[in-house]
Design a binder for this molecule. Sequence first.
Ligand SMILES: C[S@@+](CC[C@H](N)C(=O)[O-])C[C@H]1O[C@@H](n2cnc3c(N)ncnc32)[C@H](O)[C@@H]1O
Length: 467
Amino acid sequence: MGLKKGAIVELEIETTAFGGKGLGRVDTMVVFVDQALPGELVVARIVKKKKSWAEAKLLEIKRPSRDRISAPCPYFGYCGGCKWQSLAYPKQLEYKTRHVSETISHIGSIGNVKVLPAIASEAVFGYRNKMEFSCSDRRWLLPEQMGKPGIDITFALGLHVPGTFYKVLDIDECLLQPSQGNRILGVIRDYIRNSQAPVYGLRSHTGFWRFIVLRHCLRQDEWMVNIVTAEEKRDQVEPLADLLTTKFANLASVVNNITARKAQVAFGEREILLAGKPYLVESIGKYSFEISANSFFQTNTRSAARLYELVARYCELTGREKVLDLYCGAGTISIFLASRAARVVGLEMIRSAVEDAAKNCRRNRIDNCSFIAGDIRHTLKQVDFAPDVMVIDPPRAGMHKDVVKQILAMAPPRIVYVSCNPATMARDLVLMKDDYRLVEVQPVDMFPHTYHIESVTLLDRKGMAER
Ligand SMILES: C[S@@+](CC[C@H](N)C(=O)[O-])C[C@H]1O[C@@H](n2cnc3c(N)ncnc32)[C@H](O)[C@@H]1O
């Protein structure tokens, strides 16, 4: 067919597709349009063309959706963070629920699955407890900033624009973090810009300042600032830590992580404590958790509490069960379940997370939890009991086939599967569907204004007669 790259097309958006894009058609060709909403009539330019599908850039909305709202963020449409800010929140939840349901029936070919409406996030803005801002010597300019005098294009502290790895959008305010985070970021920006040390160039791999990671603890309303640099220069970072602690009374921790690696990951090989303590303490339910700069913790604390309560409800523990918590991270789910079970064993690959998990057990006076560090493919074999309930919370990539095989051989009567990726969840559920009945799926929204959705699936082992 004649549709070429660069062609301008008019099309009606039918639904949302992977990545939150609008999906429409030009004749039989499927066209994905970024930022277009279902029901809209749009004009778009084809920017990528494959055999059966194309991608297009939105140029004009001829007939807007009734669910379109004006996005409050000034960087909306440029920063890749929250693509659905222009979609009313109840509609976001509806699309997320539908996406989970359709993914299970398409990829999983599992029909008649009960998918409950997504549980809303209590906070729709300011919900992220961790934000990672990058430094760059190349600033990405907004259209209204182009050619304006007085803008330094060799400095940026902010977020990446999709498709430009080395340019960074300088951000004054990100609405996803609590507002004090923006004030802290502003002080850091002024300090770094006026410092003697250069910001890191993402192409040249030279420079000093690399990332600023802000963490917030909701219960105590305390902050951690993690300054990630390319080398150790105490004369640069110590005055910044002093400045921050004098300006912000609830700044509980300032650390400096140092990394010489070229990879764009805000993870240090070495950490120096500059002020306060090296961790924050966050609570979920009656439990408290130490979170250090490099530990994993769910980014939406309020929704994490809803998620863990749901996991506990699905587990239906009476105090007698032995529970296996696969991909347990810093043991938060294990700890949340421990008082309702006889024993909980958590399996996790990252050794420091397992150390955090053990520390958090001591902190919460829990003595019936233990953890095994290593790749689950190998460590599952070390489990020396038959679990009554298995909680599985894999990374986005889902489970390795060998792991699924081992789980099926262990045959726990109940599985509670937590996932942040409906596609890999559906793939894993297919592998288990002959042995397990899919009772229900409950999506939980942890990430408003993005197309991401967390889901919890309850699976019960089929009776022998049923199989
Ligand atoms: C989605 S997180 C789960 C976090 C945890 N359940 C929580 O709620 O905080 C997935 C975890 O799986 C771990 N992981 C990934 N691949 C693994 C593997 N092959 N073996 C063991 N752990 C793995 C990651 O390090 C990460 O901590």
